[in-house]
Ligand binder design. Structure first.
Ligand code: NAP
Length: 295
């Protein structure tokens, strides 16, 4: 029986765990994959205080170090079901845990283009992680689709490894900070292909060979997809938790429509999805849970 179970060991869940532990709460963390979450896939972070520049995996490792130094217990077990009554019950494949409060900080997963063969060729020419797969395409030509901050920052990362990047965006305007757009526009081996869409993949002899656009074909070694993400909340659809497009609705303290159920970070409905506010939302939720316990 815990005071707080945190689902998700990304920066939001870990920030919550630090504050919860230091407030004397009996806390447990549950994580499906590697501690660190989405930041494990970010090549370079340049807007997190205290670090003029840090790689995502290095920041993830620092976060994990903090958890171990504070002796915060965690289990690498995917959550399969939750029962959100006065006492919260969390089921994983082999265990059942109970807590008076839970914090859902499960983040998001990249969206894939809805085209034939995309899922089949993930890891074999199709990628959603430049940091993980970029080195496989050293000095090759690749394509990258998307027009948000992720697409642009990961295109800049790839530009230092590959020979050429075709950056394909369906509109003429990008959805990112001006300095990022300017850097991309001034990078010689990034060719912008705007107002265009990928219509199919070129597959020959069971090998990814390139892509077809509306008006041309491009022979490339890989296609990186940065077209947004969807929240990791499918395990909540049978609960009474209020969701919008899969995102969890919370108040300013991170409290959902169910007492004792909090959510923070990228799985929540909000305007700004940044590492810094994911961290602060987790911390705030833990502070509120600790305050409520002492009332
Ligand atoms: P995003 O901002 O939602 O951008 C997704 C992009 O993919 C948009 O340009 C969108 O086009 C395009 N797109 C969506 N569906 C598509 C489809 N079916 N075919 C082709 N293109 C498609 O996602 P994101 O770039 O992953 O960023 C997510 C959040 O993280 C944002 O809030 C962002 O600010 C934040 N972020 C911040 C930083 C940073 O601070 N440096 C870095 C990365 C991410 P349209 O524009 O036409 O809709």
């Amino acid at each position: 029986m815990y005071d707080l179970i945190i689902i998700g060991m990304g920066i939001s869940g870990i920030s919550a765990a630090i504050y919860a532990k230091q407030a004397g709460l009996n806390v447990l963390m549950l994580e499906e994959n590697a501690p660190g979450g989405t930041i494990n896939k970010i090549a370079e972070i340049t807007n997190y205080p205290g670090f003029s520049k840090i790689t995502g995996p290095d920041l993830a490792m620092n976060l994990f170090d903090t958890i171990t130094k504070l002796n915060i217990p965690y289990k690498l077990e995917p959550v399969t079901d939750v029962i959100l009554e006065e006492l919260k019950t969390i089921k994983t494949k082999n265990n059942v845990y109970q807590a008076s409060n839970i914090l859902i900080a499960t983040g998001r997963t990249p969206v894939l283009l809805a085209l034939p063969h995309v899922k089949e060729y993930l890891g074999r020419g199709i990628s959603t992680c430049a940091l993980c797969d970029g080195a496989l395409y050293k000095n090759k030509d690749v394509a990258l689709v998307g027009g948000g901050a992720s697409a642009l920052s990961e295109a800049l990362y790839l530009s230092k490894i590959v020979h050429k990047i075709y950056l394909i965006h369906r509109r003429s305007e990008f959805r990112a900070e001006e300095n990022l757009i300017e850097q991309v526009k001034h990078t010689k081996n990034i060719e912008l292909i705007l107002n265009n869409e990928i219509t199919s993949l070129i597959i020959e002899s069971n090998t990814f060979k390139g892509i077809k656009l509306k008006n041309k074909e491009l022979l490339v070694s890989a296609l990186f997809m940065y077209i947004g993400s969807k929240p990791n909340t499918s395990f909540l659809t049978n609960t009474a938790l209020k969701l919008e497009d899969g995102y969890i609705i919370t108040n300013e303290d991170g409290l959902t429509n169910i007492p004792g159920v909090y959510a923070s970070g990228d799985c929540t409905k909000k305007e700004v999805y940044q590492i810094i506010n994911a961290a602060s939302e987790g911390a705030l939720a833990a502070i509120k849970i600790a305050q409520n316990k002492t009332l």
